[in-house]
Design a protein around this ligand. Structure first.
Ligand SMILES: Cc1ncc(COP(=O)(O)O)c(C=O)c1O
Length: 381
């Protein structure tokens, strides 16, 4: 079945044994009664371990990523933490892209390092950099593509092959692309992780995360730790994410169309010296992005001339684009990585990566594109 059909139906087939609900109800029960001690009703015991609304969401998420299995979490960071605690032990090593979401770097550097895990950061646009960083104790290669905020694109298939050859799994944080634009498992990766807070939920009204894989042993281990660590989403959160995911394919088309219009506008504007968007022909990995992604997506960043003072004036002049962290919702957002999402990255590291004071990141929503362009023009004036 096509993506749109699965987005609407998978995991939410009418339950004719119950009341035939077309939309899965919000099952608020914390525990489930059984007729006999050894016979849980429909396998359900306790809502941390399993809940009908969450199970519906997990079936939907697996289907959207073409995965055998999916697990839902209370946030993207909860998904990442549970995955890494399932995969890593003291003395292990991870190779990671160097332009990662700041919260992921914080988890690696400030939390997991304390348990004796070592990390090497590389530019994953160069497959040979990954190969050179692999060690006998490397257990995972962690990628984002496109990256946040510089929109670098790496070759997920080629890197997954190198990692597999070295006995390491490949994890792709697929939050920026969403499962509609890119399916890492189809390209050879072992695991896809998502902040479902972003495109999958799509309405900036819920925080959630997910892990998807087709490797059953890994799934069982993450599922064990999902229950052991307990960072599960509430039934209401699961309902919101299920509901949002039904229109993912429609929203991603509009996000991509409008972001392309914004990227083209900014790349012609004299106040910007560069625009980072995989849908622009000038993007260094334009052909790879075209091969790997269905559409270029709703995220882009641009370098403003005049540094922080110019950025401040520009942000203050915007009306439709709200100045806010996060991304992937129906409403357009704009943020300044150096003082917002990446403020915790030391200035020297930021500058080395190319995240300067003039960089502005846009999450282009699904409003009418002409209104978005008018807002940008007016703020730039
Ligand atoms: C790429 C990426 N991965 C993971 C996360 C973490 O997700 P959450 O905020 O849902 O914990 C974020 C949050 O901004 C993100 O942008």
């Amino acid at each position: 079945m096509g993506f749109g059909t699965r987005a609407v139906h998978s995991g939410e087939e009418p339950d004719f044994e119950g009341t035939g609900d077309v939309a899965v109800p919000i099952h608020l029960s914390a525990t489930f009664a059984r007729r006999a001690a050894e016979k849980p009703t429909r396998g359900l015991e306790y809502s941390r371990t399993g809940n009908p609304t969450r199970l519906a969401l997990e079936r939907r998420l697996a289907s959207l990523e073409n995965a055998e299995h999916a697990l839902a979490f209370s946030s993207g960071m909860a998904a990442e933490t549970t995955l890494m605690l399932s995969v890593l032990s003291k003395g292990d090593h991870v190779v990671a892209e160097n332009d990662l979401y700041g919260g992921t770097v914080r988890l690696f550097e400030r939390t997991l390092k304390r348990f004796g895990v070592d990390f090497t950061y590389v530019d994953s646009r160069k497959d040979e950099a990954i190969r050179a960083a692999l060690r006998p104790n490397t257990k995972a290669v962690w990628l984002e593509s496109p990256t946040n905020p510089l929109m670098h694109v790496c070759d997920i298939g080629a890197i997954s092959k190198v990692a597999r050859g070295a006995g390491a799994i490949t994890v792709v944080d697929n939050t920026f692309a969403s499962p509609y634009l890119q399916n890492p498992l189809d390209l050879g990766a072992t695991v896809a992780v998502h902040s479902t807070t972003k495109y999958i939920g799509g309405h900036s009204d819920v925080v959630g995360g997910a892990v998807m894989t087709s490797e059953s042993e890994l799934y069982e281990s993450v599922k064990f730790n999902q229950n052991a660590l307990g960072a599960v989403p509430s039934p209401f959160d699961c309902f919101l994410i299920l509901r949002g995911s039904k229109t993912l394919h429609l929203r991603m088309k509009r996000h991509s169309e409008s972001a392309t219009a914004v990227a083209e506008f900014l790349s012609r504007h004299p106040k910007f010296s560069a625009v980072h968007y995989p849908g622009l022909r000038g993007h260094p990995q334009y052909s790879l992005a075209k091969k790997q992604m269905r559409l270029p997506g709703g995220m882009l960043s641009a370098e403003m001339r005049g540094g922080l003072p110019a950025v401040r004036k520009f942000l203050a002049g915007l009306r439709l684009f709200s100045v806010a962290e996060s991304l992937g919702g129906v409403e357009s957002l704009v943020e300044h990585p150096a003082t917002m999402t990446h403020a915790s990255v030391p200035k020297s590291r930021r500058e080395k990566l190319g995240i300067g004071d003039g960089l502005v990141r846009f999450s282009v929503g699904v409003e009418d594109p002409q209104d978005l362009l008018a807002d940008l023009k007016s703020a730039l004036r």
